[in-house]
Design a protein around this ligand. Structure first.
Ligand code: PLP
Length: 385
């Protein structure tokens, strides 16, 4: 795969290495949004089926990406919303402990904290080991060792959002299954770039925001709910989620039946005429590129970058535990972070600052020109010490 910058509209002199914060929009996705907005100029052209059809595309594309049936996918406005549906339907009569990792993304942490408080459960935080060698491997080991018959649920980001550390979802899911704990994964920072298989990894719920590695707009996401949740109770009673919703002439023939699978967990008004076609367009493009190729392309940019960083006084996670698209870069102790940020800004290099580290993230809109610009900047900073 070659870079795909021509499909985006990033200015030539911008080195945007910050997809983990928010992806740029493809031209095709922007056009789908504009078209969606324009449709409402004259609503006479909007038919009842239009409330549903693009969502069917989103569900079916996302189902292909995570390897499940489209009925098990719901459309949600945010990760916190998707998590709230999952947490309210957890059994409370199995384990007494809920596990999260250290410095987990706040939407995940707060959901677990609230569930524990409401149900008189204990939260257990598995922190990153304070080592530089084999840090990812040891962290995964500590997570596996923390799961036991007292575990009710483990809520985990598929990779760590601050530095891209890979969690071994297959092994963790297997362990959860052995002790009958539910396994909830926030896939926001990896789904779309790294392969995932909800069945093979025993994932009960997988939740993804759409605006990062799914290349969609803000305020729409997608979630997989496994069969365990099919009879659960949704947060709200949206008419669009009832089995008779497509027949607009008979909506007051009230029914207790929801649309099958995870249909009950769609947010009210989920068929957003602007956001849904945009996400449908980006997911179609991701499938066309193929995640295997996206993954390999990202790694072809980050691998040489990581090698340079290690050889020049910066620290990064070991190869096997580092995701292909996100690198946490530890700065030499003597480097002033404000100076780092200023230098990068001056050169129009966009990354995220995370304490004494920067988070660099790459996708198909990046090319070696961007990673070379970062190397030049970090090289100059080193020399200035
Ligand atoms: C791992 C992870 N989950 C979720 C989100 C977004 O959460 P929400 O949709 O609740 O705002 C982010 C945003 O940075 C993230 O990094």
């Amino acid at each position: 795969m070659h870079h795909q910058r021509h499909l985006f509209q990033l200015p030539d002199d911008v080195h945007y290495l910050n997809g983990a914060y928010m992806s740029p929009l493809m031209k095709s996705v922007e056009e789908a949004g504009i078209e969606g907005m324009q449709r409402k100029r004259n609503p006479s052209g909007i038919a009842p089926a239009d409330f549903f059809e693009d969502s069917v595309t989103v569900r079916s594309c996302f189902a292909q990406i995570v390897k499940c049936r489209p009925e098990q996918i719901a459309i949600i406005p945010s990760v916190s919303y998707g998590l709230a549906s999952a947490m309210r339907n957890l059994p409370v009569d199995i384990g007494q402990t809920a596990i999260v990792v250290g410095d987990e993304f706040p939407s995940d942490y707060y959901a677990v904290e609230a569930w524990c408080k409401d149900n008189d459960k204990r939260i257990q935080i598995v922190k990153a080991p304070e080592v530089t060698q084999q840090r990812g491997e040891r962290w995964n080991q500590a997570i596996l060792e923390s799961i036991n018959v007292d575990t009710a649920v483990l809520v985990l980001s598929s990779i760590h959002w601050t530095d891209g550390t890979i969690f071994d979802l297959r092994a963790i899911g297997q362990r959860c299954r052995e002790v009958n704990a539910r396994f909830i994964v926030d896939g926001t920072q990896s789904v779309g770039v790294m392969p995932i298989d909800v069945g093979a990894y025993n994932i009960d719920v997988l939740i993804c925001a759409g605006y990062k590695w799914l290349l969609g707009p803000y305020s729409i996401g997608v979630a997989y709910y496994g069969g365990f949740f099919n009879e659960g109770s949704p947060i709200e009673e949206a008419w669009v989620n009832r089995s008779n919703a497509r027949d607009f002439s008979a909506l007051t023939l009230y029914t207790n039946e929801y649309t099958p699978g995870a249909g009950r967990y769609n947010a009210g008004e989920y068929g957003n005429f602007i956001l849904v076609p945009m996400l449908a367009a980006s997911l179609k493009q991701i499938l066309e590129w193929d995640i295997v190729n996206i993954n390999a392309y990202c790694r072809s940019l980050t691998q040489p970058l990581a090698a340079w960083l290690v050889g020049n006084g910066y620290t990064v996670e070991d190869d096997q535990a580092r995701s292909p698209h996100i690198i946490g870069v530890g700065m030499p102790a003597a480097l002033d972070m404000d100076k780092v940020v200023r230098q990068l800004q001056e050169r129009k290099i966009y990354v995220s600052r995370r304490g004494k580290a920067i988070r660099v993230s790459a996708h198909v809109y990046n090319s070696q020109k961007d990673t070379d610009a970062l190397v030049d900047a970090l090289s100059a900073l080193r020399k200035s010490l």
